[in-house]
Design a protein around this ligand. Structure first.
Ligand code: ADP
Ligand code: MG
Length: 701
């Protein structure tokens, strides 16, 4: 039999047929034989071990016992009757209970005969009872050949109703292995299998579906998960290598006057070691003649902006223009003001382009950009419009990347013959596992150190009923000359209600903090950009002490004098949002505070989120918790990636394995970048197959 047979429809397999094939396709998406192999059981019933009554524990899963039955009784209930029996082994007694079919069961039960029973035991009023146990006489149990661990396959109501039961699926699987076991091709090299102590592919598949014991199951899963990660890593790493080899970039050969002057005369602080290291990584990329596509991760306040600026100056030094894109107008404006300010007197032209720039000014910007008179353009995604044409864009910096899609990112590339170098900056730390699997083809730099002298933000959790104490604390801080943020949630689905909450909150804060002693700013998404800016500016200048806002201030805003962040309904925010919000304070020399206000009733997840925030300020740690709580599918940027289609591996639980697989893939490519070696033939064949499928999918979508 040739390999091709794995691509035939499952209808041809014994035990399936056309109608079941249609059901399996519509309900579980299984169409071809090969897909059937990857319909893995999601759990296993462990019948490898017999428990004693004495060993029973509360909340244990389904277990198996051997013993005899006595004292069969029918107990009258309100409706019908219930049947009970005493079940005993040498160590103790428990109760078996039937709520349905009492009569029929009663007639079939044999007293004083050894039974094997199987089920879940509940603890109630001092005794254990097992409702509706599966039962088999020990004598017949011993005769039947048992698969030690019984697979439980994913199913749906429709499948079950139409008779595609667990038993049917198990039988289909048995037929599958009977027919195909000996032609299942090995996908990994013998070198890898030896190094990582992996089972052969066919054995691993067999034991994943029909494991004889826990140990074999673990070995099988290890092998299959390893393989799944391995090929994803191989793909990502090869993409990276090819990009490095094939995609040329403008070589920024020299470090010139712009960079050096700025570094020597304008930079008022010493870069942190992490910043220096990252700058070196960027310099190396930019000088290499290879296209740079680098992700710069750094917690809020770690000083990414200055790195962006220095990188842009390298572009200028080599006769190129540079651009910087931010996700909001407020943030773009702040970048613009910062950059213009620090570059004063340096003969660099900088402009701001956002949606609210007037047509006349916009036209001038377009002209200066095309003529090359304009060196640096900062703005929102208005920069990505077709009318915006650079003379020679050498570097594009994208701030806070989770607001931008991949499509927009690559659009920037089309502006010249060669793509500009791209530096993507994100303040949302990406867990290492995700960084490896989703962004595995990008180059990643990390600023993992805050500038010196920062005090970590003290974070507390307060219930709504403690509001007065919180107000009092706010007043004390304001009396010391500090400023305060009060943030309300704004979730798209309940926008009207959230807006009302914000207004109610604003009113009560206005009452508590009356003019003229206190001045308040308010910023929310429904305001015009100009009004937002006006209110923001008043706060930045210190004219107002309180900023009441929805999450529009989440990103990037820098007001060093603000030292308190009060988050209202904090339970409604995600972890990364809370972390971002907290990052708005603690930017100056003063001790800063973050107060998370919640109602009294909290879900378990909300408790974990709030608890995590109170406990740690390490963005990476927070990101790991977030990944565990929400799963990879809900973390930014994962939507386009293969990690969501994992069939057996789990990004969170199996991260150690992911590391191993990445290491292995990297080693293989180092030895044999194009997978030409005879010893890598299995890997190459599988890889081509995966690639073919992947490109087929991308053509469809
Ligand atoms: P983020 O990484 O969140 O974008 P910023 O670039 O806004 O952080 O930097 C936060 C603040 O820290 C800014 O006021 C910036 O000037 C300052 N800063 C950056 N690097 C250093 C440093 N090495 N030493 C002292 N202050 C620094
Ligand atoms: Mg920033």
């Amino acid at each position: 039999m040739s390999q091709l047979d794995f691509h035939i429809p499952i209808a041809y397999l014994k035990g399936v047929g056309p109608s079941r094939a249609e059901l399996l396709a519509s309900e579980l998406g299984i169409r071809k034989i090969e897909a059937l192999f990857s319909l893995f059981p999601f759990r296993y019933i462990d019948k490898t071990r017999f428990y004693k009554v004495r060993e029973l524990q509360q909340n244990s899963s389904e277990i198996q016992l051997v013993g005899k039955i006595s004292k069969i009784r029918t107990v009258k209930q309100k409706r019908g009757s219930r049947l009970t029996a005493t079940f005993a082994d040498a160590t103790g007694e428990m109760e078996l209970v039937w709520f349905r079919g009492a009569k029929w069961i009663k007639d079939s039960l044999k007293v004083d005969t050894p039974y094997v029973i199987f089920g879940k035991a509940n603890f109630y009023k001092g005794t254990y009872s097992m409702p509706h146990p599966e039962m088999e006489l020990l004598s017949s149990y011993e005769k039947s050949v048992q698969t030690a661990l019984q697979p439980v396959y994913p199913s749906t109501e429709k499948l079950a109703n139409k008779g595609v039961s667990q038993k049917v699926v198990s039988n289909i699987m048995r037929n599958l292995f009977k027919t195909y076991y000996h032609v299942i091709p090995e996908t990994l090299s013998s070198g890898l299998m030896e190094n990582y102590n992996l089972l052969p592919k066919n054995e691993a598949l067999l034991h994943a579906h029909f494991p004889k014991n826990q140990e074999l199951l673990a070995k099988a899963q290890f092998r299959l998960k390893f393989e799944e990660f391995f090929f994803i890593q191989l793909q990502l790493l090869q993409k990276k290598i090819m990009r490095h080899q094939k995609i040329k970039g403008f070589p920024f050969a020299s470090i010139g006057a712009y960079f050096t002057d700025f570094y020597k005369t304008k930079l008022t602080f010493e870069l942190t070691n992490a910043q220096k290291r990252v700058l070196k990584e960027i310099r190396k990329d930019l000088g290499s003649g290879i296209h740079m596509n680098r992700l710069l991760q750094g917690d809020v306040g770690s000083g990414k902006t200055i790195i962006a600026l220095l990188s842009m100056l390298m572009a200028l030094d080599n006769g190129f223009q540079a651009a910087m894109i931010a996700p909001t107008e407020i943030l773009a404006t702040q970048h613009f003001e910062f950059v213009s300010e620090v570059l004063k007197g340096m003969n660099v032209t900088v402009s701001l382009l956002t949606g609210s720039v007037k047509a006349k000014d916009r036209k001038e910007i377009h002209q200066n950009l095309e003529s090359g008179q304009l060196h640096i353009l900062i703005g929102t995604h208005a920069l990505l419009e077709d009318k915006v044409v650079f003379q020679n864009l050498g570097l594009a910096v994208i701030d806070e990347q989770h607001r931008f899609g991949v499509a927009q990112r690559s659009k920037m590339w089309l502006k010249n013959s060669l793509p500009p170098h791209v530096l993507v900056m994100t303040a949302t730390p990406i867990p290492r596992t995700l960084a490896m699997s989703v962004y595995g083809d990008l180059d990643i730099s990390v600023i993992d150190e805050l500038p010196p002298g920062r005090k970590s933000v003290q974070t507390v959790h307060r219930y709504d009923k403690n509001r007065l104490a919180v107000f009092k604390f706010m007043k004390e801080e304001i009396a010391k000359g500090r400023q305060v943020y009060v943030v309300y949630p704004l979730i798209q689905e309940s926008e009207a209600m959230d807006y009302k909450d914000l207004m109610d909150g604003f009113e009560s804060i206005s009452r508590e903090f009356p003019k003229p002693t206190y001045q308040l700013s308010i910023v929310h998404g429904q305001m015009k950009a100009a009004d937002k800016k006006f209110e923001m500016d008043r706060f930045v200048k210190g004219e107002t002490q309180l900023m009441v806002a929805t999450t529009v201030i989440e990103v990037g805003v820098n007001v060093p004098n603000a030292s308190i962040m009060v988050v209202e309904s904090a339970e409604r925010f995600g972890l990364s949002q809370l972390h971002q919000l907290r990052g708005r304070v603690g930017r100056g020399a003063d001790q800063s505070y973050c107060v998370l206000m919640t109602s009294f009733k909290l879900s378990e997840q909300a408790k974990t989120r709030i608890g995590t925030m109170v406990q740690t300020s390490d963005g990476f740690e927070i990101a790991e918790v977030d990944l565990k709580l929400r799963g990879p599918g809900n973390i930014m940027g994962t939507q386009q990636s293969g990690v969501l289609n994992l069939k057996i591996a789990d990004l969170v639980k199996d991260h150690e394995l992911l590391k191993l697989a990445r290491e292995a893939a990297s080693q293989v490519l180092k030895e044999d970048p194009t997978l030409q070696l005879p010893s890598h033939k299995n890997i190459a064949t599988t890889f081509q197959e995966i690639d073919k499928n992947a490109s087929m999918w991308s053509n469809i979508s």
